[in-house]
Design a protein. Structure first.
Lengths: 304, 278
């Protein structure tokens, strides 16, 4: 569906995306994971054919966006980072008018709007003004709007940023349903749990480059150990203790507030620490996550 | 989403149709948005002419006609002299309202143009949609204003009906220029207030609206010459009551407004496309 080779975007001297290669296959849920400023949104805008690239090759639905931008866009569904709903129109009018941009008939839209309102769980808000909706509802409406043309690919830029946990889960559920229907999804996020929940395959981006690529499980397998022990000894003691327990586990990261120990078995590692006479204030043994992969790859956390 | 089978955009969307009618889809959005303000548009459309006609047309007019025995500027009664200028003003003003704030709304406040662009409309189509919807409003405003002027007996002959299409056309030309200006605005920044006070207001006062431009000293007469309102008013007066004007000047007025309109459209088309893809 999407093939990028050496995809580059520069603004003057600044390189936002530095020659990246990736491809997205039909029916796949593909993720771009990285911190703010990694170049995810710039990449996203290029693959939604709304931002011209500075270099490299890009094919979307078999076409070059430089030559066939409007045609490509008409077959995509785009959920931008910031909702750009029309606040002067009602909920159902937002869906209707967006459908009209694709030249869809009133008859088609009459049925489609009902479907989309049900999908977005906004049936009882159909006549509400957009400003009366909660953040989660607005986001669902923006997603519903992007589905009005039954897009070949649905591209979502930070779909759940700024939402409370409950609203995020509702949204994930909706996106999961689309995935089950075989809709191709491309998602940018800086939440590793979101990437793990939704993406079959993802690229980890930092400073405009791809740091790693693979399924969430394979990335964790390749770049981290199965389990992680998080121990806190107090911010003034962490560094000192770290030198004494550095031989435990496969690898260690010392953060300002905690020490992370990557191990095959977290419980065993934790008991080894305690056996050395080091008693953490708090301890947590957990499964390794994409956050750990990112930390390993870049030396930084995802959400700073 | 379980009710119907997912068929995919290629089965549903006709890209040739979008390429052909995209500007109309953009205009349809603007019209829908505009109709949310129909009370204000109606009040301005009817209230404005009524206030002007009563105060200046009849009030000042009676005074002038009394002193000139009904043969004021151009040898016609004052209301007849004033009417084409008022109609031209309403056309320019009505179009202006729909190409200034709506453009900032589209690019900046709500970024709705970006949504339209992401859906496959081009910058050019969106710009054309904006001007089309503005002209639609002007059709309404000018027709209503003309009707009220007619009720006030401002016109002597049916020839004055030509004023409706002419002023709508001039309104569109002026609108294209302001749309181009608006497409450069990052946010309002009070620019529209400045344009209103230092461009629109002087234009209204120095364009021969209330008196012939020839009565002004040459040092300020140039304001009228560059003012779209003066050109629109001159042509309007020609059609309303045979205001003496050479064929050459008639052509100059129409050419000036047409050039303004084309330049405005050219700049707006380019700027819309650039801003949406930046």
């Amino acid at each position: 569906m999407i093939v990028a080779k050496g995809l580059t975007k520069t603004y003057g001297d600044f390189t936002a995306v530095a020659g990246i290669d990736f491809s997205v296959a039909r029916g796949e849920a593909f993720g771009l994971l990285g911190p703010n400023g990694a170049g995810k949104s710039t990449t996203m805008r290029m693959i939604t054919a709304t931002l011209l690239r500075s270099g490299g090759d890009l094919s979307i639905l078999g076409k070059d966006p430089d030559k066939a931008g409007p045609e490509i866009r008409a077959h995509l569904g785009v959920v931008p980072q910031a909702d750009n709903l029309d606040t002067e129109l009602k909920v159902h009018e937002n869906l209707y008018i967006y459908g009209r941009y694709f030249g869809l008939s009133r008859k088609y839209l009459a049925n489609k709007i009902e479907e989309l309102l049900a999908f977005a769980q906004l049936e009882d808000k159909r006549n509400a003004k957009v400003d009366q909706l909660s953040g989660g509802m607005k986001r669902r409406l923006t997603i519903a709007r992007a589905l009005v043309n039954e897009p070949e690919v649905l591209l979502l830029d930070e779909p759940t940023t700024g939402l409370d946990p409950q609203a995020r889960h509702v949204l994930w559920d909706r996106l999961f349903r689309l995935k089950e229907q075989g809709v191709t999804l491309v998602i940018t996020t800086h939440y590793m749990d979101e990437a793990e929940q939704l993406c079959d395959r993802l690229i980890v981006m930092d400073q405009g480059k791809i740091m790693a690529e693979g399924s969430p499980a394979s990335l964790i397998q390749n770049y981290s150990s199965p389990e992680v022990v998080e121990v806190r000894f107090g911010s003034d003691r962490n560094a000192g203790v770290a030198t004494k327990i550095s031989h435990i586990g496969d690898r260690m990261d010392v953060l300002p507030d905690r020490i992370l120990i990557y191990a095959q078995d977290g419980e065993v590692a934790l008991s080894e620490i305690i056996a050395l006479g080091q008693h953490p204030l708090t301890s947590l043994v957990r499964r390794s996550s994409l956050e750990d992969v990112f930390l390993r790859l870049t030396g930084r956390t995802l959400v700073d | 989403m379980t009710q119907t089978q997912w068929r995919g955009a290629s089965a549903i969307v006709n890209t040739h149709k979008i390429a052909r009618f995209g500007a109309l889809y953009a205009a349809e959005y603007r019209m829908r948005n505009m109709l949310k303000w129909w009370q204000a548009i109606l009040a301005f459309g009817i209230g404005n002419p009524l206030i002007y006609l009563t105060s200046i047309g009849i009030g000042v007019g009676t005074l002038i006609d009394h002193h000139t025995h009904g043969a004021g500027p151009d040898g016609v009664k004052y209301l007849t002299f004033l009417a084409p200028a008022l109609l031209a003003t309403s056309a320019l003003q009505g179009t202006m309202d729909e190409v200034t704030f709506p453009v900032v709304h589209g690019f900046d406040w709500r970024k709705v143009f970006f949504a339209m662009h992401a859906a496959g409309l081009t910058g050019k189509q969106i710009a054309q949609g904006v001007i089309l919807s503005a002209v639609t409003r002007t059709v309404f405003t000018v027709s209503v204003y003309w009707g009220i002027l007619w009720l006030f007996s401002a016109f002597d002959s049916a020839r004055a009906l030509w004023l409706i299409p002419i002023q709508i056309y001039f309104g569109a030309c002026f609108g294209a220029v302001l749309m181009a200006v608006s497409s450069y605005m990052k946010e309002d920044d009070g620019w529209f207030a400045i344009i209103g006070r230092f461009v629109i207001a002087p234009m209204f006062l120095f364009s021969g609206t209330f008196y012939s431009l020839s009565t002004l000293p040459l040092s300020v007469r140039w304001v009228g010459w560059i003012s779209p309102l003066w050109h629109a008013t001159e042509v309007g007066r020609y059609f309303a009551y045979h205001h003496p004007i050479s064929s050459l000047m008639l052509a100059v007025h129409v050419a000036y407004m047409t050039l303004l309109g084309l330049a405005g459209l050219y700049v707006a088309n380019r700027k819309f496309a650039l801003r949406l893809a930046a």
